[in-house]
Design a protein around this ligand. Structure first.
Ligand SMILES: [Zn+2]
Length: 390
């Protein structure tokens, strides 16, 4: 029996700060949360009474094999899978050091992220829990074709989805539009029809996993929503002329179907200021319409390291009007729900895994306090102590 003593506690549900709580943990799971009191003499006390405790953070969109350099694609092209695996190990450690105890990897190559995920689960090396899509499903020559699976019609998409699931994917990624990183792909036009995306959705449901759709253009966002994906990545609402063309009816449908947006606002900072302002305006409207925001950074792409989630949450507060507690929920409770893993992680509630971080200061007042990571626990085990990954 372990007792984790929190001076302050933010539970990730969106509720405000609680003071002086004791979390009782057995076999890595929270079994009871009570007001601070006497601790049984045989219990192992983890004293975090000087800190604020929040649920382990979830980054819903990373690429552990990408280099975060100015030219991640150029790096990827010249590196073999062994090098990518080593990069991914380092990336996972960086995320864990920032209190990110779960990541969803939305595109690797050669099954590298499956191997890393399994090695972390087996306790060989330190790292976050990983939901891994493996190779994203894309059209021939389409966005991120260099990562693996090309599929050009409904049957091919179905086959590609089955292959990824057979190889070990515990989520799927489909490219509903082209992307900025892939020369020759079209960011504004849809890559797939509703029926084609739906084939991936059906296969995911059969395997009890979720589907992420990359969507920059409005046409692809519309198709992905209609097809019933779980999250839409980036969601920049680009019209055919490349300017922002927000479709409120699609956003309403997203809210109704619980399709979450993973906004990846950190790399968006490097877009042209006029475009960025229009995308942010569309996102503010989406939030008003009740679309869930699940926090994700696209870490690994150009100049976006694996500890960028703090910056993502700061942008949610500064630009989209989230309160700090709402921003924390988007990287914890809301994120877990959007990824279908809220039975195990995302909130500090009875029955959930004791994944948490302790920070100095009060992030409910200043979201930047999330950067002051003192300690991180994963399933009740200390994995980061005084900022050092163990
Ligand atoms: Zn991405």
């Amino acid at each position: 029996m372990q007792v984790i003593r929190a001076g302050r506690l933010i539970d990730g549900t969106g509720a405000g700060v609680q003071s002086n709580r004791d979390l009782y943990v057995e076999d890595g799971r929270i079994v009871q949360i009570v007001a601070r009191g006497d601790v049984p003499s045989d219990a192992d006390l983890v004293d975090l009474s000087g800190q604020c405790v929040v649920p382990g953070l979830i980054d819903c969109h990373v690429h552990l094999v990408f280099s975060c350099s100015q030219r991640p694609l150029a790096d990827l092209t010249v590196e073999d899978d062994q090098q990518l695996l080593l990069r991914a190990v380092a990336a996972g450690r960086q995320a864990l050091g920032a209190g990110i105890t779960t990541v969803r990897d939305l595109g690797g190559r050669g099954g590298v992220t499956f191997k890393l995920r399994d090695a972390i689960d087996a306790g060989w090396i330190a790292g976050p829990r990983i939901l891994a899509a493996g190779s994203p499903i894309t059209i021939t020559g389409g966005h991120c074709h260099f990562l693996g699976v090309e599929a050009d019609d409904e049957a091919a998409v179905r086959l590609a989805a089955r292959h990824q699931l057979k190889s070990g994917a515990n989520c799927l990624k489909i490219m509903a539009t082209g992307g900025r990183m892939t020369p020759g792909s079209n960011t504004t036009l849809a890559q797939y029809s509703v029926a084609e995306i739906h084939a991936a959705v059906e296969e995911a449901r059969r395997a009890h996993v979720t589907v992420a759709a990359h969507g920059l253009g409005t046409a692809g966002i519309r198709n992905a929503t209609e097809a019933g994906v779980n999250t839409i990545e980036h969601c920049n609402w680009l019209g055919l002329d490349g300017d922002v063309q927000f479709d409120e009816s699609v956003a309403v449908q997203m809210a109704r179907q619980n399709v979450a947006v993973v906004a990846t606002l950190v790399p968006l900072q490097r877009s042209a200021p006029v475009l960025r302002a229009k995308v942010l305006a569309a996102m503010r409207r989406m939030a008003q319409l009740g679309v869930a925001f699940a926090a994700g950074t696209d870490a690994g792409v150009s100049l976006t390291p694996f500890d960028s989630l703090h910056a993502e949450l700061a942008i949610l507060v500064a630009e989209l009007g989230f309160t700090p507690v709402q921003a924390i929920a988007s990287a914890t409770g809301v994120a877990a729900r959007s990824l279908g893993i809220d039975n195990t992680v995302g909130t500090l509630q009875v029955g959930r895994s004791a994944d948490l971080l302790a920070v100095d200061g009060d992030p409910s007042q200043r979201i930047e306090a999330l950067r002051n990571v003192r300690r991180v626990l994963k399933a009740g085990k200390t994995v980061v102590d005084n900022g050092v990954v163990l």
